[in-house]
Design a protein around this ligand. Structure first.
Ligand code: MN
Length: 272
């Protein structure tokens, strides 16, 4: 099992002093909407780590990616969710983080989720859950996206709760991790550092018919035949919570080095 750095339960003890970090301001957002049970579960756990404010979309915004609203004004309204300081926004997940961080005068950490359904591999591109964490990163704030397997049913958040606590206790002290994607299998047995699975694209067009016999199409998920060891997909398939550090820089640095060496612009041309 090369490359495997499985985190054992003892890491929890690393975090025994977590209650002393109550000055940490944690903004909780999601893409499933303000009334999602996943949001409530995350906010409850986040409270153990600092001061929590919830800012989330008023309706579901799944698969909206990193869309932002610029052609109309946005509204933010206080919303009773248990006893949380919570607000709903008529916008996208990225809008919620923008308004939330601005309205709070900054935040130390943005947690997004817990999404009802995985965000593995290439779904990072479509995911509104990831977009909220990415927006945090764009604003100079740390972002962590959390998603859970649904497997047909709603995730069992009570069962996941100790693992959510463990994940936050591992990630929060790691200041160098600016953006992390976390996925919880249905019944986790441990944590695993992973890389993004990119071998398969899991968006597929599935044809259907309406009652009048006219063509319809669904963008759906194709079950993947094989998974590469060390990836997020591989981890959750092995009942491990997948922790994937991400970055916003999409530059292909190898390609840039090669192409700029091969196609260097001569000085004379450049100065013309
Ligand atoms: Mn969602």
């Amino acid at each position: 099992m090369h490359g495997r750095a499985r985190l054992l339960p003892r890491v929890v003890t690393v975090f025994s002093g977590r209650r002393s970090t109550s000055s940490v301001r944690i903004l909780v957002a999601n893409d499933d909407g303000i009334y999602s049970p996943g949001l409530r579960a995350l906010a409850r756990t986040a409270r153990e780590f600092g001061e929590v404010r919830v800012v989330a979309p008023d309706v579901e915004q799944s698969s909206m990616g990193h869309a932002i609203t610029h052609s109309r004004p946005l509204r933010i309204r206080r919303t009773p969710i248990d006893d949380f300081d919570a607000y709903r926004v008529n916008g996208t997940p990225a809008d919620c983080v923008a308004l939330g961080v601005d309205g709070w005068g900054g935040a130390d950490l943005v947690l997004s989720g817990i999404n009802l359904g995985y965000n593995l591999g290439n779904s990072i591109w479509h995911s509104g859950t990831l977009a909220a964490a990415k927006q945090a990163s764009l604003l100079g704030c740390r972002g962590i996206a959390l998603s859970a397997s649904t497997g047909g049913d709603e995730p069992d958040f009570a069962r996941l709760e100790p693992f959510v606590t463990q994940v936050l206790s591992v990630l929060i002290p790691e200041q160098a991790l600016q953006l992390v994607n976390v996925n919880f299998p249905q019944a986790p047995t441990g944590l695993q550092w992973t890389r993004q699975s990119v071998r398969h694209y899991d968006g597929r067009v599935v044809p259907d018919e309406d009652p009048m016999g006219r063509k319809l199409y669904w963008i759906s998920i194709r079950p993947l035949e094989e998974v590469e060891e060390g990836t997020d997909r591989w981890a959750v398939r092995n009942n491990l919570v997948a922790l994937t550090p991400l970055r916003l820089d999409l530059t292909d640095h190898d390609a840039l080095t090669q192409v700029s060496a091969r196609l260097a612009v001569p000085d004379a041309e450049r100065s013309r």
